[in-house]
Design a protein. Structure first.
Length: 268
């Protein structure tokens, strides 16, 4: 059956108070313009990528999992030289790196990358800045979800693209390699300081689930839950069942929009 591709340049949809324009859609993904020269790519399996364009270069943040001809699709949005950066190495964020000759990832996550990838692997550094031309994107290392989880800051716009570092409603900390809860607490406190310096919008790694950026209150609630877990005072923990039998020990605690999934045997 021939795949249907729809390009929509003038269809506007109202989402959480923001007017967004869907500019591309096929059976596997849809691309929506969020803000000036910033797009979200939402996949059929609820993964997410972001495109940021400067005057001279563009950036693709994450690559999704199983989307054919992703490189060609991104070229429908921008023709500028493209930097491909990864928030972390899990397959739903790095599964399509095969379409690109060069990627950037934090060194702590390289062991989890697809070993069949033949392109050039560049190592990200905490505090590194990519100048796209009249737009600068800064790397910030915020581990816990994975050892090499990073977020990408657009300070001038007050935006952070956070991957899974703080989840998309749920942050998953129950997977190997485990990080102590104190590592997550440090990352949350670091994020809070960035918010206090002008970051107002947190675009997460699975945007289809939330359809909006998170604000400071989300990070505050995550921090409250993380501190309680670390102290052995998690509020009303329940078995985490969404993972089937993959994580038989996993528990989940929730408050408001925020939830933490964790293994109680690996909190310390």
């Amino acid at each position: 059956m021939k795949r249907k591709t729809i390009i929509l340049s003038v269809l506007f949809v109202l989402t959480t108070g923001m007017v967004s324009a869907q500019v591309f859609k096929n059976d596997e993904l849809a691309i929506t313009k969020l803000e000036d020269r910033r797009w979200v790519v939402e996949t059929a399996d609820n993964s997410t990528m972001y495109i940021v364009e400067g005057k001279d270069r563009a950036m693709l943040i994450d690559t999704g999992r199983k989307n054919e001809k992703l490189d060609s699709i991104i070229r429908l949005i921008t023709q500028k030289p493209l930097l491909v950066v990864l928030t972390h190495a899990h397959g739903d964020h790095a599964g399509n790196i095969r379409f690109f000759n060069e990627i950037y990832i934090h060194p702590a996550d390289t062991a989890m990358l697809d070993k069949t990838y033949k392109g050039k692997i560049n190592l990200l550094k905490d505090g590194e800045i990519f100048d796209l031309g009249e737009k600068k994107i800064e790397v910030c290392h915020l581990p816990a979800h994975t050892p090499g989880s990073v977020v990408f800051l657009d300070r001038e716009a007050g935006i952070v693209f956070s991957g899974d570092a703080f989840g998309s409603g749920q942050v998953w900390l129950q997977m190997e390699p485990f990080s102590p809860m104190k590592t997550y607490i440090r990352s949350l406190n670091k994020m809070k300081k960035l918010i206090d310096k002008g970051i107002t919008k947190n675009y997460c790694g699975h945007y289809p689930y939330v359809k909006k950026p998170y604000d400071k209150s989300y990070i505050d609630t995550m921090l409250k839950l993380a501190i309680a877990i670390d102290k052995g005072a998690a509020p009303n923990p329940k078995p985490f069942t969404n993972g089937g039998n993959r994580w038989p020990n996993a528990l989940i605690v929730s408050e408001g929009e925020a939830s933490i999934v964790y293994d109680p045997n690996h909190v310390k």
